[in-house]
Design a protein around this ligand. Structure first.
Ligand SMILES: [Zn+2]
Length: 155
């Protein structure tokens, strides 16, 4: 059964649309599109969870946006993220430090890689808040496109 490829480049599309709006002096449309882009990056975009793991790297289970966490780390994000370099040649990445005294739920002797596979095997559960943010973002895009088209027609 062939699955239709999902469009994933929303961030790029929004950036391009916002830049185009600014170049065309459509400041309102540009600002709305930029706001939608930020909302999209923070709440909607599928990305890796950035909570510090036992191996001192950001957890890479799938999560929704920079504000999201994977199922294992729900409620583990506290305070501000820190920039940490990974290894000697690794590029620095933003990471939320694991709260003191809170252990990642993991059976004794179970390797971290096995835990990760368990975490990535299931799609991330969509909570009510995420669904609301998704709809806010979608309606924002609709409003932005409508404003942009109106500007084009009027101008
Ligand atoms: Zn995680």
């Amino acid at each position: 059964m062939a699955r239709r490829k999902k469009f994933r480049a929303w961030g790029l599309a929004l950036t391009a649309a916002a830049s185009f709006a600014f170049v065309q002096d459509r400041w309102l449309a540009g600002l709305v599109l930029s706001g939608v882009l930020v909302l999209y990056l923070v709440f909607v975009r599928k990305t890796g969870c950035r909570v510090q793991t036992l191996t001192d790297r950001p957890c890479s289970n799938s999560a929704r946006g920079y504000a999201g966490t994977c199922k294992l780390h729900t409620g583990s994000k506290q305070g501000m993220p820190v920039l940490r370099a990974l290894g000697m040649f690794g590029s620095p990445r933003l990471m939320w430090l694991r709260p003191e005294g809170v252990q990642v739920p993991r059976r004794a002797g179970q390797p971290v890689s096995a835990m990760r596979e368990v975490g990535t095997a299931e799609p991330p559960a969509r909570t009510g808040r995420e669904t609301i943010m998704l709809w806010v973002t979608i309606s924002g895009v609709v409003v932005a496109v409508a404003a942009f088209l109106r500007d084009l027609i009027a101008g």
